[in-house]
Design a protein around this ligand. Structure first.
Ligand SMILES: Cc1cn([C@H]2C[C@H](O)[C@@H](COP(=O)(O)OP(=O)(O)O[C@H]3O[C@H](C)C(=O)[C@H](O)[C@H]3O)O2)c(=O)[nH]c1=O
Length: 181
């Protein structure tokens, strides 16, 4: 496994090192020792899957408010997504900045997103299957979000969303929310 820091404080890109043979390949995607040695979360209360049927489906930007904030490890098990994390931690040197990575079934990359960050993605293929390791039990009353097209974030999405929920269209702008996680 290869762990690379991104330009967002505490957000890591995790790349598998598949072992290939005539049948295909085998790759480790989680190792408690690799997480511990970097001080990363290794206890995940829930694992979830989301399937997005259409290409250019946008989900996000979401976060769970404290004390239900989540560490997430996001992977793409079928198809490909353009995965985005946004730093909402006022004390962070990268507060209000974003980073993105293409995650796909082919590249077996994962994005580690710490508490205090919002997360969203745009699917780049049909039938994108996204897996989440989540550190904290989901609490619907703590669900919060920001607009994917917030000018204060200026996220450079690779395409316009073709499909998104009304809820995701209706999140507040940072300017209006005076927000921090
Ligand atoms: C997140 C979540 C949702 N749900 C239920 C609530 C709804 O009845 C249904 C769909 O939920 P939602 O529309 O919030 O799903 P997404 O838009 O994919 O939300 C996720 O997408 C963004 C990109 C994320 O990073 C989060 O994992 C999560 O917020 O599943 C649950 O039962 N448990 C959960 O952990």
């Amino acid at each position: 496994m290869l762990f690379t820091r991104t330009d967002l404080e505490g957000v890591w890109l995790i790349e598998a090192s598949p072992i290939r043979d005539e049948r295909g390949s085998f790759a480790r995607t989680f190792c408690i020792d690799e997480m511990n040695v970097r001080g990363l979360e290794h206890r995940f209360a829930q694992h979830s899957l989301s399937r997005s049927t259409a290409k250019h489906t946008l989900r996000g930007l979401h976060f769970q408010r404290a004390p239900h904030a989540e560490v997430k490890v996001v992977s793409c098990l079928n198809g490909a997504i353009w995965d985005v994390a946004v730093d909402l931690r006022p004390q962070s040197p990268t507060y209000r900045r974003w980073t993105a990575a293409e995650l796909s079934a082919d590249n077996m990359r994962q994005l580690y997103i710490p508490k205090g960050c919002a997360h969203g993605f745009l699917s780049l293929t049909e039938d994108a299957l996204v897996g989440y390791l989540i550190s904290t039990r989901y609490d619907p009353s703590a669900a919060a979000g920001l607009r994917y097209d917030d000018p204060a974030l200026a996220i450079d999405w690779p395409a316009a969303p073709a499909v998104m929920s009304e809820k995701d269209r209706s999140w507040p702008l940072l300017a209006d929310s005076g927000h921090h996680a």
